[in-house]
Design a protein around this ligand. Structure first.
Ligand code: EPZ
Length: 430
């Protein structure tokens, strides 16, 4: 397994280009299953999860052409199997996004029940109950979710999610697009990725209104057509690079991003003393102020509030802020695994329940650490960039799932980071 070797203490400086959003590209690729016509998706990030999603589509019988590395031309006319096998789903939970489209277009789907992952049990009960509300028969058979539409077509319904679920909302949007009648989703997720999926589906002929608000209406149609669509920029990658500039005391111009998609993150980072200037609708200029960073509490919540996917990166930054901060995680039950690794580097962090108390400012020293999940890996990279000395991060396949060519991007703005390759691994740095 590949490792990263980082020699910290170098302020970053220069321009970083943000890639397409992994968490938008995944549902948008799944949505191509809804039509026999060709769908072209551009700005797909070159990350491991999208390689996996592409393989899933091809295993189902779709054809995927990549005239350019980040453009996928998909045609699902000849889809002839309706199963997402365990070996695929266990490597990427987002494979469950195939359930809605397969059920909607073919009236049947069999998807391995995803296991939990490092950050939590990650059930999909809300997805399944929603499909039943749309008229599907759903059963569990030897670890697989088996769903069928008894009359061959789903029926619109009112669906009120008891908890905000991003992929649950996305699965229902796709399933309801071809259902008979109207579906109303209450307590819908409001993330920018939800709006991006709705944009694509509407380009394909769906009739979705209210995306981005807590109530969405979907009028089912008989069939969907092909479309072309550009995936939005990755707001979590953007937030990660803002923290990278701040934690190294550097200065970055971040381009091809969408500042309007991470207003809560920008507000919180400004509160702690990071100078963030929105230089255009698609660019930011970030630097540290003259005053030291100040500790501020944060609680993760569904969009538009502070995202759970930025919690680990924020915690790393709080180790460099003067004072005590409380980082409270309300979305996942086990998303503090980066804390113990940060402590090994010199951070002062104590966890009580779902709140981590960070006492700063503490000097970070390079150390060998182990990544546990995608965003925890990012926080360890950030800490390594700040720390004095060498940090060796193991299991960086976690980070390759969601950050495109991160070593190259960091090196281009002055970081001393290198990938120590394990010959058999996925070649992430094209
Ligand atoms: C999406 O995961 C993202 N993944 C996650 O990003 C992100 O952290 C999460 O939303 C929250 O924003 C993708 O979009 C591919 P949820 P998802 O359903 O949809 C519980 C990353 O780092 N829940 O919104 O799986 C669940 O356990 C990844 O890029 C149920 O109880 O998250 C969690 O506590 C990590 N039953 C909460 O709801 C269900 O049926 C929110 O989960 C579904 C969810």
């Amino acid at each position: 397994m590949d490792k990263f070797l980082i020699r910290g203490g170098r302020p970053l400086s220069g321009t970083v280009k943000i890639s397409g959003a992994k968490n938008s590209a995944l549902p948008c690729l799944a949505a191509t299953l809804l039509t026999p016509e060709t769908v072209t998706l551009r700005n797909i990030p070159y990350v491991k999860d999208l390689i996996t999603q592409r393989r899933l589509l091809e295993d189902l019988g779709a054809t995927v052409l990549t005239p350019e590395l980040r453009t996928h031309v998909v045609n699902a006319k000849n889809v002839d199997t309706f199963e997402a096998p365990y070996e695929l789903v266990r490597t990427m939970r987002a494979s469950v996004l195939a359930l809605g489209p397969l059920l909607a277009r073919f009236g049947k789907a069999k998807v391995s029940l995803p296991g939990g992952c490092a950050i939590g049990t990650r059930p999909i009960d809300l997805h399944l109950r929603a499909f039943e509300a749309l008229g599907a028969n759903v059963s569990l058979e030897s670890g697989d979710v088996v769903a069928t539409a008894p009359k061959g077509r789903l029926v619109g319904a009112e669906i009120a999610f008891e908890k905000v679920t991003v992929t649950g909302t996305e699965n229902v949007m796709m399933a309801a697009s071809l259902a008979e009648g109207t579906t109303v989703i209450r307590n819908a997720a409001r993330e920018p990725e939800i709006e991006d999926l709705a944009d694509l589906l509407n380009k394909m002929g769906a009739k979705i209104s209210g995306a981005g608000s807590e109530t969405m209406t979907i009028e089912g149609v008989e069939a969907l057509s092909g479309a072309e669509h550009d995936i939005i920029a990755d707001r979590i990658e953007t937030g990660t690079f803002i923290v990278a500039a701040a934690i190294t005391g550097g200065e970055l111009e971040i381009v091809d991003c969408r500042p309007d998609h991470l207003t809560a993150v920008i507000a919180k980072l400004r509160e702690v003393g990071v100078i963030i200037e929105e230089t255009s609708p698609t660019s930011l200029h970030v630097q540290l102020g003259l005053a030291p960073l100040v500790a501020r509490d944060v609680t993760t919540e569904p969009h538009p509030d502070f995202p759970t996917d930025m919690q680990a990166q924020y915690m790393a930054l709080m180790t460099q802020a003067e004072g005590v901060s409380h980082v409270t995680e309300t979305i996942f039950e086990n998303r503090f695994m980066h804390a113990s690794e940060l402590v090994r580097m010199g951070a002062d962090i104590h966890i009580t329940g779902n709140t981590a108390t960070v006492r700063g400012k503490t000097k970070l020293n390079g150390a060998p650490v182990i990544a546990s999940d995608l965003r925890a890996s990012a926080s360890l990279v950030l800490a390594g960039l700040c720390a004095e000395g060498e940090t060796l991060i193991q299991r960086v396949y976690h980070i390759d799932r969601g950050y495109e060519t991160i070593v190259r991007k960091l090196r281009s703005v002055g970081a001393d980071i290198e990938r120590i390759k394990d010959e058999q691994a996925f070649n992430a740095d094209v």
